[in-house]
Design a protein around this ligand. Structure first.
Ligand SMILES: [Zn+2]
Ligand SMILES: [Zn+2]
Ligand SMILES: [Zn+2]
Length: 288
């Protein structure tokens, strides 16, 4: 599995920002400090999110997508979904047929988006007619597992509001060959329904967002801070979801968290005292 984009919506550095995090990221020369927008490849068939930088990351990190079968969209904020990436599918001489998994409100939102664009832009109407043939949108509901590509997949619910009316982001739990993996971005603190569903389901790999690092936020906030992550991991440990063999990675890192890569790494290791690694673009981790 490989991280193709580990930045929050503005990426790091935000080109329009000269804060300390962005400045250090530019000056450090450390490639881990340069973060594109969200995308994660489980393997050559399965992708989670497809942000605007995923196109270039695919080439940079040697992850071609011509065999892609599934994209699991957490939500349709533009750092996770960008129509320009679908345009590359349309321009392909060997376009793959892709199933796109998304929440029900996002499915309705995409239909409406299509109607609006098609009514005003003939080019977009043409694009969407192509997508009808190659991109199959499948709405999914939280806590209703389904199978695809030898994986059991189940969406979890979050309080992170998405781009469309009524949309909240999905997180995804994957199981394959006895291994379990949770992708938790974008989210906010979990509510009891997620904890209940996950109870006793020990994870091999846990990926969580860390958009707001050192910042102080109140419960109900739509992203995670180091403090929120620490609280969630404590609960996961109590519930038998995480133990000291679970590999934990942080992604969706934003400059508003106030910490650069190694600072965030150190802070989280001190706070959690477990195996936790701040991901970076191009980081490869154990497959499921
Ligand atoms: Zn995001
Ligand atoms: Zn900045
Ligand atoms: Zn978002």
């Amino acid at each position: 599995m490989i991280f193709l984009g580990t930045g929050a919506s503005e990426g790091i550095p935000d080109p329009f920002c000269n804060c300390e995090v962005c400045r250090k990221a530019r000056e450090s020369g450390d490639p881990r400090e340069i973060r594109g927008r969200s995308a994660f490849a489980i393997d050559s068939h399965n992708l989670i999110d497809f942000g605007p930088d995923a196109h270039l990351a695919s080439a940079r990190f040697g992850v071609p997508l011509y065999e892609l079968k599934n994209i699991f969209y957490t939500h349709f904020h533009s750092d996770h979904f960008d129509l320009i990436n679908w345009e590359s599918i349309r321009m392909s001489l060997t376009p793959p047929h892709i199933s796109v998994y998304l929440s029900e409100p996002a499915f309705r939102g995409m239909q409406h988006y299509r109607e609006l664009l098609s009514a005003h832009y003939p080019d977009r109407d043409r694009d969407f007619r192509f997508y009808d043939e190659y991109i199959h949108m499948i709405p999914v509901r939280p806590f209703e597992p389904f199978e695809t590509d030898n994986m059991k997949v189940c969406a979890l619910r979050t309080i992170h509001e998405g781009a469309f009316m009524g949309e909240t982001a999905l997180n995804y739990l994957f199981e394959r060959k006895g291994k379990r993996f949770l992708y938790a971005s974008d989210t906010g603190l979990y509510e009891e329904d997620n904890y209940n569903y996950l109870q006793g389901k020990l994870l091999n790999t846990l990926i969580m967002e860390c958009s707001f690092g050192n910042a102080v936020r109140q419960p109900g906030f739509k992203h995670l801070t180091c403090e929120f992550i620490s609280q969630m991991i404590e609960r996961f440990c109590e519930d038998g979801v995480v133990n000291n063999r679970t590999e934990i990675y942080l992604t969706h890192i934003g400059h508003k968290g106030g910490l650069n890569h190694l600072e965030l790494q150190q802070k989280m290791r001190d706070m959690i005292g477990m195996q936790v690694e701040v991901a970076y673009d191009g980081l490869r981790i154990a497959d499921i």
